[in-house]
Design a protein around this ligand. Structure first.
Ligand code: KG4
Ligand code: ZN
Length: 414
């Protein structure tokens, strides 16, 4: 069967088409096409993501992206000109208008699209319903509802974080552009699996008893790790999203220190390192960086030098990652874990990748550690398609476009 996957929870509008075969215990996927339209250049100017602005961008970009994604999957076929001229019944248009009452711009674009193109060979729609920014989530949900109504196919509501857990399954060494037609089996794993989720909104350690059955062992009590990366980046004058920029500066220092065999000194706290649980707190670390910068610059009377910025990025990254690695290792030991998977934007961080791999391997080299390819660490629709697909294989059904389960839930938990 073929699945259309839709993701609009934050600042990426993402769509994908996947085919899925097999059973819930031995599924096989292939990616026919996928696209991510990033809003980063817009949000960069404001230093963060504003929900109303993100929603407007999703609504503006999603219909052209749908056309492109279906076309790349060879699923876009126009009606005959006669049929195009006939269009839809008044009742159908009124229904679509009602479903898109809050997305006028999307409605204006969707009607000409739907008049032009036939129903594609797609059997179900997987869509993110939470967690995330509610106005942004609604754009994806409402598109899914309209398509489900017109094409008469079910919808599978997906938790964004489950998508991040599963994103490692697309194991490829290829460049993301070549990902189309990537095929992958979901292999047999020894459960429980441990998942470390590190994104802009979440820092969580999750016990996966089987696909679809999750227990959150601990999560962030304040700022998430990605959020702390972004906020510290702002203090250093780096633009949103700051994670990759901090990481690049920190790597420069790390290489130099290794080369010159310099000892690493640390002046920043490691919050909750010894709390004995799996909770995380990154707001104190962020504030410690703020005070450090104030002292260094004599109450902001001067600006930071490029070397000072690099050294702060390095110190911050070391502190942030040390806590993640230490708590993950403790959970591995406590729950006798054989397979660790990492997901979320911060999973792209090279220091985290190296430290986690090295330290887990030093503890027990037979434990598997899986990361998503860096391009699929951040938000994308392939992971939503995999999560939706696994649900569908398990339950053999989705929900109707009018279902009460299709509500955006900003704080949805696993
Ligand atoms: O998962 P994601 O794309 O969106 C959410 O669901 O939140 O994660 C985005 C977060 C941002 O905070 C970004 O700064 C961070 O991931 N990030 C990184 C790196 N790449 C992205 N943080 C550290 N190092 C990176 N290389
Ligand atoms: Zn995410």
């Amino acid at each position: 069967m073929k699945l259309l996957a839709i993701e609009t929870s934050c600042d990426e509008t993402a769509l994908a088409i996947l085919t899925m075969r097999g059973t819930a215990t031995a599924p096989h996927f292939s990616v026919l096409s996928h696209h991510v339209a990033s809003q980063i250049s817009l949000h960069e100017q404001y230093g963060g993501v504003f929900p109303a602005m993100a929603k407007r961008e999703h609504a503006k970009n999603i219909v052209p992206l749908l056309e492109k994604t279906l076309s790349d999957a060879n699923l876009l076929f126009p009606f005959s000109l006669k049929k195009q001229r006939e269009g839809f019944s008044h009742t159908t248009i009124l229904k679509v208008e009602k479903l898109l009452v809050r997305e006028k711009e999307m409605f204006e674009q969707l009607i000409p699209y739907l008049r032009t193109y036939k129903k594609p060979d797609v059997d179900a729609i997987a869509v993110t319903v939470g967690p995330g920014l509610e106005p942004a989530l609604w754009v994806g949900i409402n598109l899914a509802r309209v398509l489900s109504y017109l094409w008469d196919i079910p919808i599978v509501p997906v938790n964004h974080m489950e998508g991040h857990i599963l994103s490692f399954l697309v194991s490829t060494n290829k460049d993301i552009q070549e990902l189309s037609y990537e095929k992958f089996d979901v292999p047999f794993f020894q459960f429980p699996i441990l998942s470390l989720l590190v994104s802009g909104g979440h820092t969580e350690i999750v016990l996966v008893k089987k696909w679809g059955a999750y227990t959150v062992l601990g999560s962030n009590v304040d700022d998430a790790v990605g959020e702390a990366f972004d906020k510290v980046a702002r203090m250093l004058g780096l633009s949103y999203p700051g994670g990759p920029k901090i990481s690049a500066l920190a790597e420069e220092v790390r290489k130099k220190m290794l080369k010159n065999k310099l000892e690493i000194r640390s002046f920043l706290p490691r919050p909750m390192l010894y709390s004995g649980d799996f909770k995380f707190s990154y707001s104190g670390l962020k504030t410690a960086v703020l005070y450090y910068i104030r002292d260094l610059t004599n109450q902001n009377k001067r600006s930071l030098t490029p070397d000072e910025k690099k050294s702060i990025a390095f110190e911050f990254e070391n502190a942030a990652i040390e806590v993640l690695v230490s708590k993950t290792l403790r959970a591995i030991k406590k729950y006798n874990i054989r397979v660790l998977v990492v997901g979320g934007g911060v999973a792209a961080n090279s220091h985290l990748r190296k430290e986690l791999t090295d330290q887990v391997s030093a503890f027990d080299a037979s434990i598997q550690v899986h990361f998503p390819i860096p391009e699929l660490s951040t938000d994308n629709a392939i992971m939503i398609g995999i999560a939706g697909g696994l649900h569908f294989l398990r339950t053999k059904k989705g929900v109707k476009y009018s279902s009460k389960k299709l509500l955006a839930n900003g704080n949805m938990s696993l």
